[in-house]
Design a protein around this ligand. Structure first.
Ligand code: PLP
Length: 456
């Protein structure tokens, strides 16, 4: 029998916490199962070559997080863990692969503890007063640091703290467009952009895309054909396809935008998964760059950072004041603290490796239907083989308990959607359950569609 040995090599922080983190990760990933007995503390200390007290503290920490329970004389047992948590539904619930986020499960308790610590340190006045529009100096400095590392020269006084990427988009488009204006985007685009276009009465013009993102020739033709107020794009890990635009394509798009005076609105919500990609905004003449913490950290800790052209900062502050006013102090301060003390880096590093594992699993089961998703995309884009139609596939998957999003949810304007679906790999904590869902999809695609109820 092999004994479970936690991988604590690449984890930062004290060793005892690394052991508890590894238990959380392996429970979420299915390497540990409910009811399983962990190795005795002495055996594990020998395996890891650490002091017995380190393992004792590690198990105690895991017990405090509700991951294991110790029974005197019998040992330490894995509890049902993530399946019981509000983050994951029970076994009878559908496997919902529609929301596009990955919970930082291995770090959930550590993050909750961090918030409690910060809350107790906040000065009374910080809680009572409104915060400055666009964030406090420290929050904006954290945003500038984040952007600087992404490859954008940002000063804290040109970064705005918002209530998430969606809020950054809303205030940007409300400021730079008027009802009836046209905004360019990929033929497939983030559904939040579609909804915002409806709200602001904008026309979205979807541009053809290939395996490298928006096609430059099509962009140029569209610029020649008529004016547009902006190009909205997601060069790194496009939602929904998971495509990454190479640097040469970014430069071409930036050059065309500059030639026709079209500002670029770059949504880099998933850029943290590929930190070495230089944002398109770095090559652009006029850009609004936005990133947020709901994907990179957790949706419950949702703030956004917006880097607009310097001349637009005051107008965007006014838009913040007409929409949500400042971000809640606690959220802004917690995120700033975690960016500076390295907590955010550790969470993002965990996410990168978890997403890569999940993508490998998905490609092993469904790779023949997906030739665009990047290896660290947290979604797969399945092009359905003949004779499948999207609605039939989505319905059959739902009947078998797996929910996925049809291409139509992402189509800009009224172009006919391709026969394709988006499958998100992040929302289910338990990797075995994710695999179950992906196997159902592979099984369905391996057969012709079932006859369905006739509509008369
Ligand atoms: C591309 C993209 N942009 C923005 C958002 C919204 O992010 P936030 O929660 O930071 O507003 C999402 C959420 O799914 C997204 O996929």
């Amino acid at each position: 029998m092999t004994i479970w040995t936690p991988d604590i090599e690449h984890r930062d922080g004290p060793l005892y916490r690394a052991i508890a983190d590894a238990i959380a990760t392996d429970l979420a990933g299915g390497q540990l199962t409910a009811g399983e007995r962990l190795p005795t503390q002495r055996v594990l200390a020998g395996e890891l070559d650490v002091a017995l007290t380190t393992v004792t503290r590690g198990y105690a920490e895991a017990e405090r997080r509700g991951l294991v329970s110790g029974e005197v004389g019998r040992g330490t047992f894995v509890r049902s863990g993530p399946e019981d948590s509000p983050l994951s539904p029970g076994a009878d619930a559908p496997i919902d692969l529609t929301p596009n986020h990955l919970g930082p499960w291995a770090h959930a308790q550590e993050l909750a503890d961090g918030i409690a610590r910060m809350a107790s340190r906040l000065p009374g006045a910080g809680i009572i007063d409104y915060q400055p529009l666009g964030g406090t100096e420290r929050q904006r400095a954290a945003g500038a640091f984040w952007m600087d590392r992404a490859g954008l020269a940002a000063r804290s006084d040109s970064v705005l703290v918002t209530n998430g990427a969606q809020h950054s988009m809303a205030i940007t488009f409300a400021t730079i467009t008027n009802p009836g204006d046209t905004v360019f985007t990929g033929k497939l685009t983030y559904s939040g952009m579609k909804s915002l276009a409806h709200l602001l009465r904008l026309k979205l013009k979807g541009l053809p895309m290939d395996g490298e993102g928006i096609e430059p020739e099509a962009f140029e033709r569209a610029c020649q054909a008529g004016p547009a107020k902006a190009l909205y794009c997601m060069p790194t890990l496009h939602n929904p396809t998971g495509v990454v635009m190479p640097a040469t394509r970014r430069k071409e798009i930036a050059a065309i935008a500059a030639e026709y005076g079209v500002p670029i609105v770059e949504d880099d919500s998933y850029g943290f998964l590929l930190p070495d990609e230089t944002p398109l905004s770095a090559y652009a003449n006029e850009a609004y760059y936005m990133a947020g913490t709901s994907k990179s950290l957790a949706p419950g800790l949702r703030i956004g950072f917006l880097l607009p052209p310097a001349s637009m900062v005051d107008r965007l502050k006014a838009a913040i004041s007409s929409t949500t006013f400042s971000v809640p102090t606690l959220m802004g301060d917690v995120v700033a603290e975690w960016i500076f003390d390295g907590t955010a880096d550790r969470v993002m590093a965990w996410k990168r490796s978890e997403v890569a594992e999940r993508q490998r699993l998905a490609q092993s089961l469904l790779g023949q239907y997906d030739d665009v998703s990047h290896p660290v995309s947290q979604q797969v884009w399945l092009t359905l083989p003949e004779p499948w139609c999207t609605s039939e596939f989505v319905n059959q998957a739902a009947m078998r308990g797996v929910l996925v999003s049809p291409a139509e949810d992402f189509i800009a304007g009224r172009a006919p959607p391709p026969h394709a679906v988006r499958v998100c790999l992040g929302p289910i904590a338990d990797r075995r359950r994710l695999e179950e869902g992906l196997r159902v999809l592979a099984d369905i695609l391996g057969q012709p569609p079932e006859p369905c109820q006739v509509v008369v």
